[in-house]
Design a protein around this ligand. Structure first.
Ligand code: GCU
Length: 138
C-alpha cells in the first residue's frame, strides 16, 4: 500500500511562507519556516482506520545547526524533537520518519519548530497507515 503525499505548500501555515527558490521540490513549492520557535506546518490527513501510521517528512536544509520539530496529532504531542539533520544543501531533499497513531477519518498533523532557528524547508508529508492490508489480491 503506497502512502498518500500531502504537499506542505497546501497545508495550514503559521510563521512560515511558501517558497520555490530551491530546486527539487514536489508540487508547486515548499514551506520555508521563518527562523522562529513555534512556527508550524499543519497537514490535514485522512486515515482509513484508527491505528499507527508512518510519517515521512521530506525536507532540506544547509546549516551547521539542527532543526528539530515536535509532531502533534489532533492537538496532542506525539513526538518530541523529531530530528531533521542537515541535508548538505538547500537543493538536497531527504526524509525524516516517525510513527504516530491516527484516528479514523480526518486528522491534524502539525510539525512545530522547537528552536529559534525554525524548521527546515519542508516539501511534503507522506502518510502510510500500517494497518492497511497489503496482501495482494488472489
Ligand atoms: C536561507 C535559505 C532559505 C531557508 C533559510 C533558513 O535563507 O535560502 O530557503 O529557509 O535559509 O535558514 O531557514
Amino acid at each position: 500500500h503506497a502512502g498518500t503525499v500531502y504537499e506542505a505548500e497546501k497545508a495550514t501555515l503559521s510563521q512560515a511562507t511558501v517558497a520555490n527558490n530551491h530546486a527539487g521540490y514536489t508540487g508547486t513549492g515548499f514551506v520555508d519556516y521563518t527562523n522562529v520557535t513555534g512556527s508550524y506546518v499543519e497537514f490535514t490527513v485522512t486515515a482509513p482506520a484508527a491505528g499507527s501510521a508512518r510519517l515521512d517528512f521530506r525536507y532540506a536544509f544547509d546549516a551547521p545547526d539542527n532543526r528539530p520539530m515536535d509532531v502533534t496529532v489532533n492537538g496532542t504531542k506525539a513526538v518530541s524533537n523529531l530530528a531533521f539533520p542537515p541535508t548538505g544543501a538547500w537543493t538536497t531533499w531527504q526524509v525524516a520518519t516517525t510513527t504516530v497513531n491516527l484516528q479514523a477519518g480526518s486528522n491534524k498533523v502539525r510539525a512545530t519548530a522547537t528552536t529559534a532557528n525554525g524548521g527546515p524547508n519542508l516539501d511534503n508529508l507522506t502518510v502510510t497507515p500500517n494497518n492497511v492490508d497489503t496482501t495482494p489480491p488472489t
